[in-house]
Design a binder for this molecule. Structure first.
Ligand SMILES: [Zn+2]
Length: 166
Protein backbone atom coordinates (compact mmCIF):
# COMPACT_ATOMS: atom_id res chain seq x y z
CA UNK A 1 0.00 0.00 0.00
CA UNK A 2 1.43 3.34 -0.93
CA UNK A 3 0.53 6.98 -1.18
CA UNK A 4 -0.29 6.74 -4.87
CA UNK A 5 -3.01 4.20 -4.19
CA UNK A 6 -4.55 6.50 -1.62
CA UNK A 7 -4.44 9.36 -4.09
CA UNK A 8 -6.70 7.32 -6.37
CA UNK A 9 -9.44 7.62 -3.78
CA UNK A 10 -9.73 11.27 -4.63
CA UNK A 11 -12.64 11.50 -7.08
CA UNK A 12 -10.93 14.42 -8.78
CA UNK A 13 -7.75 12.53 -9.49
CA UNK A 14 -6.84 11.97 -13.08
CA UNK A 15 -5.67 8.43 -12.37
CA UNK A 16 -9.14 7.47 -11.27
CA UNK A 17 -10.67 8.66 -14.54
CA UNK A 18 -8.10 6.65 -16.42
CA UNK A 19 -8.82 3.56 -14.35
CA UNK A 20 -12.39 3.49 -15.60
CA UNK A 21 -11.24 2.79 -19.15
CA UNK A 22 -8.63 0.17 -18.35
CA UNK A 23 -9.31 -3.33 -17.12
CA UNK A 24 -5.91 -3.66 -15.52
CA UNK A 25 -6.05 -0.52 -13.40
CA UNK A 26 -6.68 -0.36 -9.70
CA UNK A 27 -10.22 0.73 -8.95
CA UNK A 28 -11.54 2.57 -5.89
CA UNK A 29 -13.14 -0.73 -4.87
CA UNK A 30 -9.71 -2.37 -4.87
CA UNK A 31 -8.37 0.38 -2.67
CA UNK A 32 -11.26 0.13 -0.25
CA UNK A 33 -10.62 -3.60 -0.04
CA UNK A 34 -6.94 -3.03 0.70
CA UNK A 35 -7.85 -0.44 3.30
CA UNK A 36 -10.29 -2.81 4.95
CA UNK A 37 -7.58 -5.46 5.16
CA UNK A 38 -5.26 -2.90 6.72
CA UNK A 39 -7.58 -2.72 9.72
CA UNK A 40 -7.65 1.07 9.77
CA UNK A 41 -9.95 2.73 12.25
CA UNK A 42 -12.21 5.48 10.96
CA UNK A 43 -9.90 8.11 12.44
CA UNK A 44 -6.85 6.53 10.82
CA UNK A 45 -8.60 6.28 7.46
CA UNK A 46 -9.66 9.93 7.59
CA UNK A 47 -6.17 10.92 8.65
CA UNK A 48 -4.70 9.24 5.57
CA UNK A 49 -7.23 10.93 3.32
CA UNK A 50 -6.23 14.29 4.80
CA UNK A 51 -2.52 13.57 4.55
CA UNK A 52 -2.41 12.13 1.05
CA UNK A 53 -5.55 13.30 -0.71
CA UNK A 54 -6.80 16.63 0.58
CA UNK A 55 -6.73 18.33 3.95
CA UNK A 56 -9.57 20.65 2.96
CA UNK A 57 -11.92 17.94 1.70
CA UNK A 58 -11.60 15.69 4.75
CA UNK A 59 -10.88 18.06 7.63
CA UNK A 60 -14.52 18.32 8.77
CA UNK A 61 -14.97 14.54 9.00
CA UNK A 62 -11.68 14.15 10.85
CA UNK A 63 -12.64 16.99 13.19
CA UNK A 64 -15.93 15.26 14.00
CA UNK A 65 -14.16 11.95 14.61
CA UNK A 66 -11.82 13.59 17.10
CA UNK A 67 -14.50 15.70 18.78
CA UNK A 68 -16.89 12.83 19.46
CA UNK A 69 -14.60 11.60 22.27
CA UNK A 70 -14.90 14.82 24.22
CA UNK A 71 -17.77 16.54 25.93
CA UNK A 72 -17.27 20.09 26.78
CA UNK A 73 -19.44 22.71 28.38
CA UNK A 74 -17.78 25.25 26.17
CA UNK A 75 -17.93 23.82 22.68
CA UNK A 76 -16.37 26.84 21.02
CA UNK A 77 -13.08 26.56 22.92
CA UNK A 78 -12.98 22.82 22.28
CA UNK A 79 -13.59 23.44 18.56
CA UNK A 80 -10.74 25.93 18.41
CA UNK A 81 -8.42 23.58 20.26
CA UNK A 82 -9.16 20.67 17.92
CA UNK A 83 -8.78 22.87 14.84
CA UNK A 84 -5.48 24.28 16.01
CA UNK A 85 -4.16 20.83 16.88
CA UNK A 86 -5.09 19.65 13.37
CA UNK A 87 -3.36 22.67 11.84
CA UNK A 88 -0.28 22.09 13.95
CA UNK A 89 -0.12 18.45 12.87
CA UNK A 90 -0.87 19.08 9.19
CA UNK A 91 0.13 22.52 8.07
CA UNK A 92 3.21 23.48 9.97
CA UNK A 93 4.62 25.38 6.98
CA UNK A 94 5.57 28.89 8.03
CA UNK A 95 3.25 31.52 6.59
CA UNK A 96 5.76 34.35 6.96
CA UNK A 97 8.45 32.89 4.67
CA UNK A 98 6.12 30.44 2.84
CA UNK A 99 8.11 27.53 4.13
CA UNK A 100 11.46 28.61 2.72
CA UNK A 101 13.06 29.41 6.08
CA UNK A 102 14.39 32.73 4.77
CA UNK A 103 13.06 36.23 4.55
CA UNK A 104 14.40 39.05 2.39
CA UNK A 105 15.31 42.22 4.22
CA UNK A 106 17.10 45.40 3.16
CA UNK A 107 20.46 43.90 4.06
CA UNK A 108 19.82 40.74 2.06
CA UNK A 109 18.53 37.36 3.11
CA UNK A 110 18.20 36.26 6.72
CA UNK A 111 16.77 33.31 8.63
CA UNK A 112 13.06 33.65 9.18
CA UNK A 113 12.43 34.40 12.88
CA UNK A 114 9.05 32.65 12.91
CA UNK A 115 10.13 29.15 12.00
CA UNK A 116 12.86 26.56 11.91
CA UNK A 117 13.83 25.86 8.29
CA UNK A 118 10.34 26.71 7.07
CA UNK A 119 8.45 24.65 9.65
CA UNK A 120 6.37 27.04 11.71
CA UNK A 121 7.46 27.21 15.34
CA UNK A 122 4.39 26.78 17.53
CA UNK A 123 4.95 28.10 21.03
CA UNK A 124 2.50 28.37 23.91
CA UNK A 125 2.41 32.12 23.32
CA UNK A 126 1.39 31.64 19.69
CA UNK A 127 -1.11 28.91 20.57
CA UNK A 128 -2.83 31.03 23.20
CA UNK A 129 -2.95 33.95 20.75
CA UNK A 130 -4.46 31.78 18.00
CA UNK A 131 -6.99 30.32 20.43
CA UNK A 132 -7.95 33.78 21.63
CA UNK A 133 -7.16 32.92 25.24
CA UNK A 134 -5.21 34.90 27.81
CA UNK A 135 -2.36 33.22 29.70
CA UNK A 136 -4.52 31.99 32.53
CA UNK A 137 -7.24 30.65 30.25
CA UNK A 138 -4.64 28.95 28.10
CA UNK A 139 -2.96 27.29 31.06
CA UNK A 140 -6.35 25.79 31.98
CA UNK A 141 -6.70 24.36 28.45
CA UNK A 142 -3.07 23.41 27.86
CA UNK A 143 -3.42 19.85 29.09
CA UNK A 144 -6.43 19.26 26.84
CA UNK A 145 -4.57 20.76 23.90
CA UNK A 146 -1.56 18.51 24.45
CA UNK A 147 -3.82 15.47 24.81
CA UNK A 148 -5.64 16.15 21.55
CA UNK A 149 -2.42 16.87 19.67
CA UNK A 150 -0.90 13.65 20.98
CA UNK A 151 -4.00 11.74 19.96
CA UNK A 152 -3.69 13.04 16.39
CA UNK A 153 0.03 12.23 16.33
CA UNK A 154 -0.70 8.70 17.52
CA UNK A 155 -3.32 8.30 14.77
CA UNK A 156 -0.65 9.35 12.27
CA UNK A 157 1.86 6.83 13.58
CA UNK A 158 -0.60 3.94 13.71
CA UNK A 159 -2.20 4.67 10.34
CA UNK A 160 1.16 4.91 8.54
CA UNK A 161 2.31 1.72 10.23
CA UNK A 162 -0.81 -0.12 9.06
CA UNK A 163 -0.32 0.81 5.40
CA UNK A 164 3.37 -0.03 5.61
CA UNK A 165 4.57 3.49 4.99
CA UNK A 166 7.09 3.79 7.79
ZN1 LIG B 1 9.42 31.16 8.33
Amino acid sequence: MNKELLALLNPKSQSLEMSSVSHNSITPEDINLILSYSGLSKEEYLFLLMKFVSVDDHRDDFFDAIKKDYDSDDGSVLDKIINLAIIECFEPKCVFCRGTGFIIVDQGVQDCPHCHEGVFAFTDEIRSYLLGLDNEEYSQQQKLYETIKEKIQNIEISSLAKIGDV
